[in-house]
Design a protein. Structure first.
Length: 322
C-alpha cells in the first residue's frame, strides 16, 4: 500500500494546526511527525498528540510516532518589590497583572509574600484550593483573566505561617514551578524588604525585570533604594519606580492634598537614572474595590486608567529587556 505523504501531512496539519506541524516523514505505512507544543500544559500536549495520531491513522497510516518540541515555553518573571511594607505593593501587583491581561498579554500572578498573603482577597479567590497534577500545582483562575497561586490558598484563613527561610524558599518554588500553561508574564508579588524570599528569587528564578513601589515620603524612598540595590546586585534590570498613594482627592470638598508628599519617587528615579513609571493616587475607591476582590484595573474610570497607564509603561520597559 502506498501512502500519500502530502495527504498525511495535510491531515495532521488540519488536526493540530498548520503552524504547529514542523516535520512529517513517511516510511512505508508508518510516519514520524514533529509538532511544536510550545505554550501548552501537559493535558493539552497529550490531547495534541492524540489528535495527530488519530489523523495519521485516518489518512491510512498503521502508526504515527509523534515528537513534541518546546514542551515548556519560556516565560518572563516580573518581580514587584518594595523596601518596606505598607506602600500598597500587593494592591498594585494585582492591578498591574489585570491591566497587563487587558492589554492582551497572558499573565499569571504569584503571591510570594509567604507570611502575609493578600492576593486571594484582592483577586476574589479566597476559600479556593489549587488542584495538583503529577505533584505540580495548577493555578487557580480568577474572575479577572489572571490565574494565580498564593500561600493564602493553602492555609486556613488567619493561620500564622512560622517558617524559617528554607521552608519559605521551598514554598516559593512550588508556586513558581506550577503548571502555568501558556502564561507569558508571571507577576511575582514579593514580600517587603530584602530577605530570604528575595534572595531565592534572584538566585534561582532570575526575573526579567523588577518594578519598585514606594510612597512619596522620604522614609519609604530610603527603603526603596535598598530594594533597588538588591536587584542591582542580582543583575536584575530595574524597570523603574512607581509612586503609590500620590495625592488624595477629597470627595467632599474636591481639594487635592498630599498626606505622604508628592513627587518623591519621581525625584529618586531621576537621581538614580531609572525610569519613572507613573503614579497611583490615594483613593478610597481603590481600597473599597480591593477589599471586595474587584480590582479597579478591571473596570473603567480614572482609577483604572492610572493602572492601565502604568501597565503600558511596564510592558514597554519589559519588552526592551527581551
Amino acid at each position: 500500500m502506498t501512502i500519500d505523504e502530502a495527504a498525511v501531512r495535510q491531515a495532521i496539519a488540519d488536526a493540530v494546526g498548520g503552524e504547529r506541524l514542523q516535520v512529517v516523514r513517511v516510511t512505508g505505512t508508518s510516519a514520524t511527525a514533529v509538532i511544536d507544543a510550545g505554550g501548552l500544559d501537559s493535558a493539552a500536549r497529550a490531547a495534541l498528540e492524540q489528535a495527530a495520531k488519530a489523523a495519521g491513522v485516518a489518512a491510512g497510516l498503521d502508526e504515527l510516532r509523534v515528537a513534541l518540541t518546546a514542551e515548556k515555553r519560556s516565560r518572563r518573571i516580573l518581580a514587584v518589590g518594595s523596601g518596606k511594607g505598607g506602600v500598597g505593593k500587593s494592591t498594585l501587583s494585582a492591578n498591574l497583572a489585570v491591566a497587563l491581561a487587558r492589554l492582551g498579554r497572558k499573565v499569571g500572578l504569584v503571591d510570594a509574600d509567604i507570611y502575609g498573603p493578600s492576593q486571594p482577597r484582592l483577586l476574589g479567590t479566597e476559600g479556593r484550593k489549587p488542584e495538583a497534577r503529577d505533584k505540580t500545582m495548577i493555578p487557580i483562575p480568577s474572575p479577572w483573566g489572571v490565574p494565580m497561586l498564593s500561600m493564602g490558598h493553602l492555609v486556613q484563613p488567619g493561620q500564622a505561617i512560622a517558617w524559617r527561610g528554607p521552608m519559605a524558599g521551598s514554598a516559593l518554588g512550588q508556586l513558581i514551578e506550577a503548571d502555568w500553561g501558556d502564561t507569558e508574564i508571571l507577576v511575582v508579588d514579593l514580600p517587603p524588604g530584602t530577605g530570604d524570599i528575595q534572595l531565592t528569587m534572584l538566585q534561582k528564578y532570575k526575573p526579567a525585570g523588577a518594578v519598585i513601589v514606594s510612597t512619596p515620603q522620604d522614609l519609604a524612598l530610603i527603603d526603596a533604594t535598598r530594594a533597588i540595590g538588591l536587584f542591582d546586585q542580582g543583575k536584575v534590570p530595574v524597570l523603574g519606580l512607581v509612586e503609590n498613594m500620590a495625592g488624595y482627592l477629597c470627595p467632599h470638598c474636591g481639594q487635592v492634598s498630599d498626606p505622604f508628599g508628592h513627587g518623591g519617587a519621581e525625584a529618586t528615579a531621576r537621581e538614580l537614572g531609572l525610569p519613572f513609571l507613573g503614579r497611583v493616587p490615594l483613593d478610597i475607591a481603590i481600597r473599597q474595590k480591593s477589599d471586595a476582590g474587584e480590582p479597579p484595573a478591571a473596570g473603567e474610570g480614572p482609577q483604572a486608567q492610572a493602572f492601565m497607564g502604568l501597565a503600558r509603561a511596564v510592558l514597554a520597559a519589559l519588552d526592551q529587556t527581551a
